[in-house]
Design a protein around this ligand. Structure first.
Ligand SMILES: Nc1nc2c(c(=O)[nH]1)N[C@H]1C(S)=C(S)[C@@H](COP(=O)(O)O)O[C@H]1N2
Ligand SMILES: [Mo]
Length: 423
């Protein structure tokens, strides 16, 4: 399934906006008595006349068909094929913080492989006292850990470096998912193998053809990294690394190796493809930053936004979005409706969780006028999400990765929205 061209969706939204029609005076109550009888209230409907489906009809459920457009989408021009490719989480259509696995973005370098638990092996070798191989069942016998974390591809928002490009938060910010993981702390497995004093790094790789090998400093590996086998309560989906993947809290998605097959303890980084020619950030002077693992604080308004037009007139409007930081918890999100001149602190749905996504709401009284809608995240280190201009001053425009600049949506009087930049 691919993205709908922005122009056709905009026309659709316009029609819906006209049909909704009635403009509410600011502060007016949303529910109101109707003059004409409403058959949906006065007539007995089929769903009240006949029984529904039996409990044997849906052993494992999918969303109801009316929600069929809440799906991952890709950007056809972005990648040459669908095997070494990426799709995007429909963050514009979700609420709360947990990403349903069925629509959580996927990034593969050589496709999603099918690896059965009996065929699974995890090797720890290199600078260890006892090289070991774990079966899947072995993993389940170690003490478990649980945690909610976001996984963001370093290339998220990468297409926006040169200017506003994609119409929808799904496409500009959808290379992220946020799930509850259960697994074993990597330090538990490393302790079983016994890291030698010379061991300073781990090189982690997957069982797929790409192997996606990455070097991780031992300090991080011994801190909060997990070998996870469950996400959102159930086994990992095939596309997310079944039966086991690495969870590297706060660090770029590329390190979250899927179908994890080997952990080599080394005394130095391997300097693999994924940490030299890729996942480095070329600055204006041509020098590239390397080892930029942490995902800096970032936020985006998910609604209203280009895929989510306002479908009512002036009055109460819920502005909502997501904020996250790889350096800890989100402590504040500010929202501007005038392109960053004035800011109002939004309400966090729950206190920020370290290295997890935070939902924010701003209960706004919309005057029906145009808005330049922005959000700005602050994390517990005091770091403030930068403007795109501030980011470009330091990083230039040669980068693909780590674009955490403030996003602007131009909301028009008819409620439709467009991705814009203000200079
Ligand atoms: N084995 C393996 N692990 C991998 C990849 C891969 O292609 N192969 N892609 C990486 C990249 S670039 C990202 S952003 C994340 C994406 O995780 P997801 O597919 O669960 O969204 O997985 C990482 N782990
Ligand atoms: Mo990635």
């Amino acid at each position: 399934m691919t993205g709908t061209p922005a122009s056709s969706t905009r026309r659709g939204f316009l029609r819906a906006g006209l049909a909704a029609g009635v403009a509410l005076p600011a502060g007016a109550t949303l529910a109101r008595a109707q003059a004409a009888p409403d058959p949906l209230i006065t007539e007995v409907q089929d769903w009240a006349r006949y029984s529904g489906d039996g409990v044997d009809e849906t052993p494992y459920g999918l969303p109801i068909r009316f929600e069929a457009d809440v799906i991952r989408r890709n950007v056809p021009w972005l990648t040459a094929d669908t095997i070494s490719s990426i799709n995007f989480t429909p963050i514009h259509a979700l609420d709360g913080t947990i990403t349903p696995a069925g629509c959580a973005f996927e990034r593969h370098h050589s496709g999603a492989i099918e690896l059965a638990k009996p065929d699974y092996r995890l090797m720890i070798n290199g600078l260890v006292e006892r090289p070991l191989v774990f079966s899947y069942d072995d993993l389940e016998r170690f003490p478990r850990r649980q945690g909610v974390y976001f996984c963001e591809c370093a290339a998220n928002t990468g297409m926006e470096w040169a200017g506003a490009q994609l119409n929808g938060s799904q496409f500009t910010h959808g290379m992220i998912h946020n799930m509850e993981y259960v697994g074993v702390a990597l330090r538990t497995l490393l302790a079983e193998a016994g890291v030698k004093p010379e061991g300073k790094w781990v090189y982690v790789e997957g069982a797929d053809a790409s192997s996606n090998g990455r070097s991780i400093p031992l300090d991080k590996a011994m801190d909060d990294v997990m070998v996870a086998f469950k996400a959102n309560g159930e086994a990992l989906r095939k596309e997310h690394g079944y039966p086991a993947r690495l969870v590297v809290p706060g660090w770029e998605g590329n390190l979250w190796v899927k179908w994890l097959r080997r952990i080599e303890v080394t005394d130095a980084p391997v300097e693999s493809r994924e940490e030299t020619s890729k996942y480095t950030d070329t600055l204006a002077n041509g020098v590239s930053r390397q080892w930029t693992w942490v995902m800096d604080a970032k936020s985006v308004v998910t609604a209203p936004s280009p895929q989510v037009a306002i479908r009512h007139g002036p009055g109460p409007l819920v502005i909502t979005g997501l904020a996250w930081s790889g350096r800890g918890a989100i402590t504040r999100v500010d929202v501007s409706v005038d392109g960053g001149r004035n800011w109002t602190t939004a309400r966090l749905a729950q206190p920020g969780v370290p290295m997890a996504v935070t939902r924010f709401y701003l209960d706004h009284l919309w005057d029906g006028e145009e808005m330049l809608l922005q959000s700005r995240a602050v994390d517990e280190t005091g770091y403030v999400q930068p403007t795109k201009a501030a980011l470009r001053d330091i990083r230039g425009e040669n980068s693909i990765y780590h674009n955490n600049g403030i996003q602007t949506w131009w909301i028009k009087k008819d409620g439709t929205a467009e991705n814009v930049e203000i200079s």
